[in-house]
Design a protein around this ligand. Structure first.
Ligand SMILES: NC(=O)c1ccc[n+]([C@@H]2O[C@H](COP(=O)([O-])OP(=O)(O)OC[C@H]3O[C@@H](n4cnc5c(N)ncnc54)[C@H](OP(=O)(O)O)[C@@H]3O)[C@@H](O)[C@H]2O)c1
Length: 191
């Protein structure tokens, strides 16, 4: 069955963005780049793929799920459909006018459960933290690009999710000279 994979950049102290939603403090360049621009190139927005002159490999993900606050910066930048090579699902509790390529959901948990029953490649949970907190029970794998920086405050990896411990088993850690550590985990199957 296809899996929900939360693939995300995070600070040492567990933040995915600064308090204003920015992520300038994360490293772009460095020897971890082949992970971002190679292995996970399906998770690059179209304008970045175009700038790099590469095609999405279409090997890892065919769907992206994101919260409204994660789509909004793209809209503000005049990009109504940032991942046209993926099926794009955006969570919002309000009526929103969006590009026809985007599917809105007010119930992302049910939407993701339904998507997981369908055939296809894995589903990328892009973020942000609030949506990830909602979808935590359905996350099958975590791929964390842990950046060598402490934010102090910001948007947490799982928003303000309640305290409900869920075990994830580490399956691999790759440390790069850049200081980025790619940590991978799979959710432990509940007995
Ligand atoms: N580091 C990374 O790799 C990475 C990746 C992705 C995002 N980010 C950052 O994360 C930040 C956004 O995170 P965030 O936690 O503020 O917001 P978010 O999860 O992206 O979006 C929150 C919004 O999504 C909708 N939503 C969330 N949960 C929902 C639910 N259960 N049901 C229905 N709608 C739901 C609501 O939209 P409405 O308000 O429209 O109802 C909510 O206000 C951005 O700054 C972005 O840059 C970082």
């Amino acid at each position: 069955m296809r899996q929900l994979v939360y693939y995300v950049a995070v600070s040492i102290d567990g933040y995915i963005a600064d308090p204003r939603g920015g992520y300038d403090a994360f490293l772009v360049d460095g020897d971890h780049a082949p992970v971002v621009f190679g292995e996970y190139a399906d998770a690059l927005p179209a304008h970045v793929l175009t700038a790099l002159g590469i095609e999405p490999p279409k090997t890892r993900f065919d769907t992206v799920v994101m919260g409204w606050n994660t789509l909004r910066p793209a809209l503000d930048a005049g990009i109504p459909s940032p991942y046209p090579h993926l099926s794009q699902v955006v969570a919002s509790r309000r009526p929103r006018g969006v590009d026809p390529a985007i599917t809105l959901t007010h119930d992302p948990l049910t939407t993701v459960r339904d998507l997981k029953t369908e055939d296809g490649r894995d589903i990328w949970l892009c973020g942000g933290g609030e949506l990830a907190g909602t979808l935590l029970p359905e996350i099958d794998r975590l791929v964390l690009k842990r950046n060598p920086v402490v934010f102090g405050s910001g948007i947490p990896l799982f928003g303000s999710a309640p305290y409900e411990p869920r075990i994830f088993v580490p399956t691999g850690t790759r440390s790069f000279g850049s200081g980025v550590v790619v940590e991978e985990y799979v959710a432990r199957v509940r007995p």
